[in-house]
Design a binder for this molecule. Structure first.
Ligand code: ADP
Ligand code: MG
Length: 750
């Protein structure tokens, strides 16, 4: 008789294959009470794994008394100090306890209001006895110009660090059992204190003391980290700081390892994928195009093209990232790859992040190709192909025509925005996908397009944002990197000046005069503003700062009255944007007042000057990208970064530059994109780098900073490569789970 199994309905069915992933996916409400689970949820903690990865921000021991003179109003703190004074005050209906903490030199007053509850106030006084060692957590307030705390959550500890009393929000603590060694101070919220989180973490740790590792033991051993269960104990119940640090590293490593395993897996499956080879076919489009090029290719362009052509000739899909600073000439490299694909019987698609950029690529490419882009017409040369533009805002009739020539295969080259990825899009023979300015793109969109072809197309991703290795192997770990280092010869100097308009008000008028002079010399200029109008909340609107609409009105009525000034921003109808961009490119406009729609890729070599208003609203990379719009021809350029923000502030060590001014100074100091990228990363938050949303941060990449923990990322990559070599089919349940979890996260994030 068959054995009948009854499914355990108390646990939700889990899709995870490994015990570790399954157990860690347990909802926190199975571990702590409902109200606590809810409060934890607000901190992004939903599962047992989230809770265990919600790490103390610091650890205190009984010997770490705080330097109270360093406290600043508004800081969220955890201070450890002794009670030197404690006194009940106020009339019977408004009793309060006033206590004072001291570190031996500076003091911090604490106030607790008890109303009529004499007993409660007495109880507090009983806890906060003179001489008691206390950890108080909360926000530093102000009373009579002096830092103080009102109703901090506090714990009383003994000299060995054991918690022996305290109060959490008017309620006696008593329950907290944290004992000995170090006391973890957790990121808390108004709904839940560090002490309650500590208690929850303790319960969580009890669930996993015997949890098996998701990876084979050699992984942690090679990396020199403790087993997963030991790491959880180490971070939540450490006896030494080294132990805690090693535990944290193990948890971070796991995140990096999961990402790298996913990348290694993607790389392997791309290699195993089948693509149509696109080898050289002499005497066709590419050769004709090359013979007509008005300038010689740089050595870098030739080198990178050779790498791409090698890839294209293989029966597996190319997966390549082309990294090259602003103005390094990536478009030609991409176009040559597209022409080779067409020569070999395929179609190529070029995806741009914005309509402005797609339209410009279309103009540039049809311009460079001349009659070679007139395929289908009678006058066209023999090998000519058709080049089409597809964007989301085209009329239905136009779109239909374009879709038809894509589906029939007459369009050899398709240029578009990600609207191209819409469901109805079909290619007759898609051979190559080029993604321009990938940092604006969801990483996953590549996968979406890949799925459209019977065979996988070759893929070339281009970015002008140079990125350090640890970021590259995380974001683009499935791609092979080519780098264009040099700029084409004959590029002129660009002078960049950061201007504090409060300190140098005359510079604003001077800037408009300079534009007039530049135009008189036959050149063109950009004026860039951080937002469209006062209520602008769009992606272009950076919140605050000058608006294009006001600036346009002000300049055309005043200082630039005699010039031909155009206006460009994302909310204009596409036709109008396109017409304005075209007029500027053709020299029919002298000045373009614009938002960041011109940030990437816009290429008008005659433009030599740029004024960026409220430049403090922009990040370093953005400023570098914007500045890259000028100095593209042979004429020297001038870029003015204007700011009305504070440039200096009073810091702990006297007057210092504000982060805003540091940013502008960095951009002023160098045009080297690689150098600026480092400075930029140092200032940015992780989520901005990975493009992952809050939701993404919540689960799988909670602890890892690919910038801060670069070494760990590289180590994880090496071990992930080995792991996949040993288990290419992901038969290890933990490996399969890791890859599934990261793939899901990346889908969600984009
Ligand atoms: P980016 O890498 O920023 O996309 P582009 O491809 O737009 O740069 O190229 C910038 C400018 O340099 C364009 O005007 C392009 O025509 C020009 N250019 C590209 N390659 C060369 C070259 N080998 N010699 C001279 N000019 C070039
Ligand atoms: Mg470009």
């Amino acid at each position: 008789m068959a054995l009948i199994r009854v499914r355990d309905v108390s646990q939700p069915p889990s899709r995870w294959q490994s015990d570790a992933y399954r157990v860690l996916a347990t909802k926190v409400e199975h571990v702590v009470g409902g109200p606590t689970a809810k409060a934890l949820g607000a901190l992004g903690v939903e599962t047992l794994g989230d809770l265990l990865r919600h790490l103390p921000r610091r650890y205190l021991s009984s010997t770490d008394t705080s330097d109270l003179s360093q406290l600043r109003v508004g800081d969220e703190v955890a201070v450890l100090a002794r009670v030197t004074h404690s006194e009940i005050k106020g009339p019977p209906n408004a009793r309060r306890l006033e206590a004072t903490l001291s570190d031996g030199r500076a003091t911090l007053p604490l106030t607790f209001f008890g109303g009529r509850r004499e007993q409660l106030v007495k109880h507090w006084q009983g806890e906060l006895r003179i001489g008691a060692l206390v950890i108080a957590t909360g926000k530093v307030g102000e009373f009579k110009n002096h830092p103080q705390m009102t109703h901090p959550d506090f714990a009383v500890i003994d000299d060995s660090g054991r918690i022996i009393g305290g109060a959490i929000r008017n309620r006696t603590m008593g329950r907290v059992t944290q004992s000995g060694g170090l006391i973890g101070i957790y990121p808390a919220s108004a709904k839940i204190t560090t002490w309650e989180i500590a208690e929850s973490a303790r319960l969580a740790v009890d669930h996993v003391r015997t949890l098996p590792d998701p990876w084979p033991s050699w992984v942690a051993e090679e990396a020199g980290y403790p087993a997963l269960a030991d790491a959880f104990v180490a971070v939540h119940e450490p006896t030494t700081r080294d132990e805690a640090r090693l535990g944290q590293d193990r948890l971070r490593f796991d995140e990096a390892f999961a990402v790298q395993l996913t990348m290694a897996h993607r790389r392997a499956s791309a290699l195993a994928g089948v693509a149509v080879p696109r080898p050289e076919v002499p005497g066709q489009l590419l050769d004709t195009f090359d013979s007509r090029l008005p300038f010689p290719l740089t050595d870098g362009q030739q080198q990178v093209s050779a790498e791409i052509f090698d890839d294209l000739a293989r029966p597996h899909p190319m997966q390549r990232l082309l990294q090259g600073d602003v103005g390094s000439g990536k478009t030609i490299v991409a176009l040559r790859a597209m022409l080779r694909t067409v020569d070999a019987g395929g179609q190529a698609v070029l995806l741009a992040p914005t309509e402005v950029l797609a339209a410009q690529h279309y103009r540039t490419i049809t311009g460079l190709l001349g009659d070679l882009a007139e395929g289908g017409t009678l006058a066209a040369p023999e090998h000519a192909t058709e080049v089409v533009l597809l964007t989301g805002s085209m009329s239905a009739a136009e779109k239909k025509r374009v879709l038809l020539s894509m589906a029939s295969g007459t369009a050899g080259i398709v240029i578009g925005t990600h609207a191209v990825l819409g469901e109805k899009v079909q290619f007759a023979e898609l051979g190559l996908v080029v993604v321009d300015e990938q940092h604006r793109f969801g990483v996953e969109q590549r996968a979406a397009l890949n799925a459209k072809a019977e065979h996988r197309p070759h893929l070339l991703v281009m970015t002008a944002t140079p990125i350090p290795q640890s970021v590259a192997i995380t974001l683009f770990g499935d791609l092979t990197v080519s780098t264009l280092r040099e700029l084409p010869a004959g590029r002129a100097e660009i002078t960049t000046v950061a201007i504090d308009v409060n300190a140098q008000p005359g510079w604003v008028d001077r800037a408009w005069e300079r534009i007039t002079e530049e135009v008189a010399a036959g050149r063109q200029a950009y004026v860039v503003c951080p937002r469209i109008h006062e209520k602008d909340n769009s992606a272009e609107g950076l919140g605050g700062g000058a608006t294009v609409l006001d600036t346009f009105a002000e300049l055309t009525a005043g200082p630039l009255r005699d010039l031909r000034v155009g206006l460009l921003h994302g909310q204009l109808p596409t036709d109008e944007k396109d017409a304005t961009m075209r007029a500027f490119a053709a020299g029919e406009l002298d000045v373009l007042v614009a938002t960041t729609v011109i940030e990437v890729g816009v290429d008008v070599p005659n433009a030599t000057m740029m004024v960026i208003r409220d430049a403090d609203r922009f990040g370093i990379s953005q400023l570098h990208q914007l500045r890259g719009r000028i100095g593209r021809g042979g004429h020297a350029g001038l870029c003015l970064l204007m700011t009305a923000a504070e440039t200096r502030q009073l810091g702990r060590h006297g007057w210092e530059e504000t982060p805003v001014w540091q940013r502008l100074s960095a951009v002023q100091a160098t045009r080297d994109g690689f150098e600026l990228a480092e400075a930029d990363l140092a200032q940015r938050r992780e989520g901005d780098i990975l493009g992952t949303t809050q939701a993404g941060r919540r689960s799988s990449l909670r602890l890892l900073s690919v910038v801060e923990h670069a070494d760990l990322v590289v180590l994880a990559r090496d071990l992930a490569d080995r792991a996949l070599a040993e288990d290419p089919g992901l038969t290890t349940p933990g490996f399969a789970d890791a890859v599934a979890a990261i793939e899901e996260l990346m889908q969600e994030a984009h």
